[in-house]
Ligand binder design. Sequence first.
Ligand SMILES: Cc1cc2nc3c(=O)[nH]c(=O)nc-3n(C[C@H](O)[C@H](O)[C@H](O)COP(=O)(O)OP(=O)(O)OC[C@H]3O[C@@H](n4cnc5c(N)ncnc54)[C@H](O)[C@@H]3O)c2cc1C
Length: 456
Amino acid sequence: MSYSHSISAEAAVRDDRPRSVLETDVLVVGGGAAGVAAAHTAARQGLKVLILERYGFCGGGAVAGMSGTICGLYLAHEDKTHAPERLVHGFVDQFIDAMDKRNGLTPPVRYGQTFTRVHEPQAWRESAEGLLAEQNVAVLYHAIVTDVLLDGNERVAGVVAYTKQGKLEVRAKITIDASGDADLAAMAGMATTVGIEGRVQNPTMIFRLAGVDVERFLQEYGEDSILPDRITKLITGLNADGVYKLPRAKVFLFPTPRPNELICNCTRVVGADGRELNPLIARDLSEAEYEGRKQVREYERFFKDYLVGCEAAYLNDTGVQVGTRQTRQIVGVQTLTNDDVVQGNKRRDGIARSPWPIELHSGQKPRLSWLFEDYYEIPYECFVPRQGESLLFAGRCLSAEHEAMASARVTAQCFSYGHAIGYAAALAINESIAVRDIKGEDIRLLLNRDGAQLGA
Ligand SMILES: Cc1cc2nc3c(=O)[nH]c(=O)nc-3n(C[C@H](O)[C@H](O)[C@H](O)COP(=O)(O)OP(=O)(O)OC[C@H]3O[C@@H](n4cnc5c(N)ncnc54)[C@H](O)[C@@H]3O)c2cc1C
């Protein structure tokens, strides 16, 4: 077949479409958990809010990355006899209600020493859209932000995005970067950090396995979504014998709200040459996608061959993109330290709390360091950049040390961060306060009025 054709001089014109311009009070870049919560909260305060999202749906890591569950809601206990004890409230309660109405969430499912709730990605999309529509938040999908607009050196006045209509300029009183990747910090030339000396936690390609006899599977392996040590040993042995190439031996498998289905968090995406991949590098991110898909097939083969209940199972789908745990983080006015997490530090300016363990994905087995019957709090100023005006961050790109981030990044907390940062944007605009002058204590008060139960 030949595609030879000639382009006429008339057809080969430059793209001289005029830039479209929009104005809004609050601009939110990214419609993940943090972006949805921030936009919803700011709009509830009577502000005009716009979300720009590069995909055709909300959900980010939870939906495009198919993360699988809402972690970070429950206290952990050393002894496994405890019933689920919920610690985190606020915007996430509304989200859970919206998901429950759509049969989009399981009841609490055991995950080691704590619990999580498994979500269904279609219901996630619809729940976010339902909540945003109730508050008249405008959403532009398929809009990728490519640059920041600066007034002088310091004030971020909005962004430039690219849509199929051409370039779009959005001017905003307050801009919230909820891109997960702190993209705006990079575009504005602000200081950021990347893992430990540029090494980040490994990506994982999550997938759904259909055709599973979930009842037999649970009878054999129990209720814990972290599979027993005997499976870890089996994988290690089969790898050593050269039967399989399964780069992660500790696997997490969750029965979902749909029948006969498991969501599988088990791959550890490394390069073909065995090196850890960094999703901030375009070539690495592309390699992560195809290496991830190869691994998914290898795990599917292993599950069918060896796991009870999976004999007739088959791959349903993978995430829209490889799951990215960690990329860039901002350098904030305050930084959440590893000690803050390990010691369970509480703060008067805390705007979110987290009982989630340090869940560090690097090497063959993810490392879990539990916080038993305890939690830490995350201060507002972890979302306020040291440089720059009228700009806030929300979500996993918070200012945090490496291990602290491996705990603070999960979904329930990202909802809490968005909830808080939506209020910060509203205070900045409605009370004419610079974001750096807002007190975490004042936001905490507002969050408590919404039922966040952060304590006085
Ligand atoms: C493999 C994996 C498994 C996980 N498992 C769990 C789990 O079981 N439970 C749990 O609670 N958490 C889990 N997490 C963590 C959780 O999914 C994320 O930390 C959380 O989704 C982060 O939310 P966020 O809103 O900060 O960012 P994201 O979810 O990353 O959202 C960012 C949004 O911004 C958009 N965006 C990015 N750049 C641009 C741009 N330039 N222009 C426009 N839009 C842009 C993205 O498309 C995305 O929608 C997992 C993560 C991974 C990677």
